[in-house]
Design a protein around this ligand. Sequence first.
Ligand code: PAF
Length: 279
Amino acid sequence: MEVLRSLEAMHEWRASLSPDYRLGFAPTMGNLHAGHIALIHRARQRSDKVIASIFVNPMQFGADEDLDAYPRTLETDLEKLKAAGTTAVFVPTANDIYPDGLAQHTSVDVPGLTDVLCGASRPGHFRGVTTVVSKLLGVVRPHVTVFGAKDLQQVLVIKKMVRDLSINTEIDIVPTVREVDGLAMSSRNVYLSQKDRSLAPLFSETLERVREQVAESLSGIDGIIAEAKATLTNAGFVVDYLEVRHTHDLSEASSLSQETAIFGAASLGNTRLLDNRIV
Ligand code: PAF
């Protein structure tokens, strides 16, 4: 497995790749878990060579968020990627990605889809995600790019960006990988205290219960959501949002004739949990 530690090395590696190969790409921020490894496995199924990137992207963190605390575990990440059969890993420096600094950098904004859910509670977050992903896609030029379904809004935003900017890659969504008790795997789960870790599965259980109720009927949705929020709040969660929206445009769900999902975000202590369920 080649480790490409600069933009120059990345460009050279890409130029040396035979045009006969299909290239699969898994962008990550590191601290890899089984959810990331599932991305690599999917990329391997869909292509001849697989590249991952590891870059903790400062542009997608708010001023009061966990950029400094975000777990950085490069050596073990590289071991896991190698064991999973990754061909190469791009580990750019901040200077490679933002040569003139964050404030002076060109940014990419996707309107509409980023106004709601995490876009409403984390202003600027999706601008950071779409800016870095568009840059990574520009240098890696993959045939297929894989993202996890846990960050469903993120992948919907990226799909729109790729379409709007005519970026020639297919976006493939890989199902969420869960712990045995249902908690969606996330790099941030390491922040959970022992007590909060034992409470955390209630979040995915609650989303699943809402999904079952909504699948029967959308009528009474306000009561269903209020009850689910009360369950979480009484258990000690601070609920950011719990909403039922269509996946194609993230509008509030009015019927089940179009694909619909339950989207949730809630905090336990300092840990923000994110999850969703397709109805
Ligand atoms: O999902 C993530 O890990 C990040 O948002 C991504 C897509 C790698 C961009 O920094």
